[in-house]
Design a protein around this ligand. Structure first.
Ligand code: SDX
Length: 393
């Protein structure tokens, strides 16, 4: 009941909070959002429906889903002054830095609706974030390639609107590929929440000070950008590309990982909680095979990824450390096939994770006893010491 679980490896594993949103059994490889198994949601639901489920703890009726989608649709535009914002970044700015800056800036446009203790202001803040993050993400990409910033097209659905803003141009007709839109919608579902991971804990911790939802989510975006967390999907592609450039010798790469060469990790493998195959990775692997099999020119990186997985799952070094593919191992291959540059992969992770951040922040705000608040530490520094004036040192 104190939240302390075990004293393990010299530090204390603690449950930072209780939550009703996502359940993970890391040993069994189970993931459920509000009780619904992830494979059922990935196969049978849509990202907006899952977003509603995470935020409201119920699958929406058709009318509720339509109202939710309509509320989001009418907020996809950014304030015109905010479009100028993107002109201030260098073209090679990392899109995650642009994303977190822009999300923080959103709060400056809605200063009359930031109060975490006002349910209506909380509701509209979540809707505005769901509506505007795809627009911001698309602008971050357009900025990086010097293209004009498009306006949303609200005749399209959520993911199609994002794809058209990202890849469309005012000079040519751009028709969204519905198959790719459906795959991206499913990938967003797989990323939508994952209990108290680094970025979600950050959102809850920042929100526990009374900070507004935009500021809390901006902090989560920054936490997600790290290569050991959301940045891993980009790092996997860089790893596969390096293996290809080095001649494709997967065995040689695995030897370097096992030798613990500095900075050489099997990115996309391992997990703080899953000590079994990440159930999301299995779904993404199948989607990667489906998407990449339709490509005119097969991607050699997919074969390298398959070979890496095959070798690692048969090698005691990885098996004994319970290292299995995680959600990031195959996603990058799909994003690359869709035309996204590697730098945008973690932005896609953030778009998927947004409803989870919103749901977790709301749960924390609504349950004062359940705040991460102020974690304690095990002090291992010096005992008390007498101050020595500098002329005596
Ligand atoms: C995400 O928490 C979440 O839910 C996150 C996430 C989400 O949805 O929010 O699931 C998303 O962040 C997935 C993880 C993406 N990160 C990566 O793929 C980066 C590569 N993975 C590792 O850095 C690592 O596996 C972690 C950080 C993810 C987890 O590390 P652990 O399980 O806490 O284990 P550890 O770091 O203590 O390592 C245990 C052993 C060590 O070897 P020994 O010291 O025992 O000899 O396993 C080794 C590590 O060196 N190890 C790896 C490895 N991961 C751990 N060795 C090679 N390659 C790896 N990837």
């Amino acid at each position: 009941e104190t939240g302390y679980v075990t004293l393990d490896q010299g530090f204390v594993n603690t449950a930072s909070c209780s939550s009703t949103i996502t359940y993970i059994d890391g040993d069994a490889g189970i993931l459920r959002y509000r009780g619904y198994p992830i494979d059922q949601l990935a196969e049978r639901s849509t990202f907006l429906e899952v977003s509603y489920l995470l935020i409201h703890d119920a699958l929406p009726t058709p009318a509720e889903l339509a109202e939710f989608a309509d509320k989001i649709r009418v907020h996809t535009l950014l304030q015109e002054e905010m479009r100028q914002f993107f002109g201030g970044f260098p073209r090679d700015a990392h899109p995650m830095a642009v994303l977190s800056s822009a999300v923080t800036a959103l709060s400056t446009f809605y200063q009359d609706a930031l109060d975490p203790n006002d349910p209506e202001q909380v509701e509209i803040s979540g809707i505005r974030l769901m509506a505007k993050l795809p627009t911001i993400a698309a602008y971050a990409y357009k900025k990086s390639i010097g293209h004009p910033l498009p306006y949303p097209d609200n005749s399209l659905d959520y993911v199609q609107n994002f794809l058209r803003m990202t890849f469309g141009l005012p000079t040519v007709q751009y028709d969204v590929d519905p198959t790719l839109a459906k795959v991206l919608d499913m990938l967003f579902i797989l990323h939508a929440d994952h209990e108290q991971n680094c970025s979600t804990s950050t959102v809850r911790l920042v929100g526990s000070s009374g900070a507004n939802l935009y500021s809390s989510v901006a902090a989560g975006v920054n936490a997600l950008s790290g290569p050991l967390h959301g940045g891993a999907n980009s790092a996997v592609l860089e790893m596969l590309e390096q293996i290809r450039v080095d001649g494709g010798d997967v065995d040689a790469f695995v030897r370097r990982v096992k030798a613990k060469e500095k900075g050489v990790k099997l990115m996309g493998f391992g997990h703080r909680v899953y000590k079994n195959y990440d159930p999301r990775a299995a779904i993404v692997k199948k989607a990667a095979q489906d998407v990449l099999s339709t490509m005119a020119k097969p991607d050699p990186l997919l074969e390298i990824a398959f070979k890496l997985e095959e070798i690692a799952l048969a090698d005691d070094y990885f098996v004994s450390r319970k290292l299995y593919p995680n959600v990031d191992f195959y996603t990058g291959l799909i994003y690359k096939a869709m035309g996204f540059p590697t730098k945008m992969f973690t932005v896609l992770f953030a778009l998927g994770r947004l409803p989870g951040w919103i749901a977790q922040w709301r749960e924390m705000v609504n349950d004062p006893a359940n705040k991460i608040g102020r974690p304690r530490q095990l002090y291992t520094g010096s005992p008390e010491r007498e101050f020595v004036p500098i002329d005596k040192r």
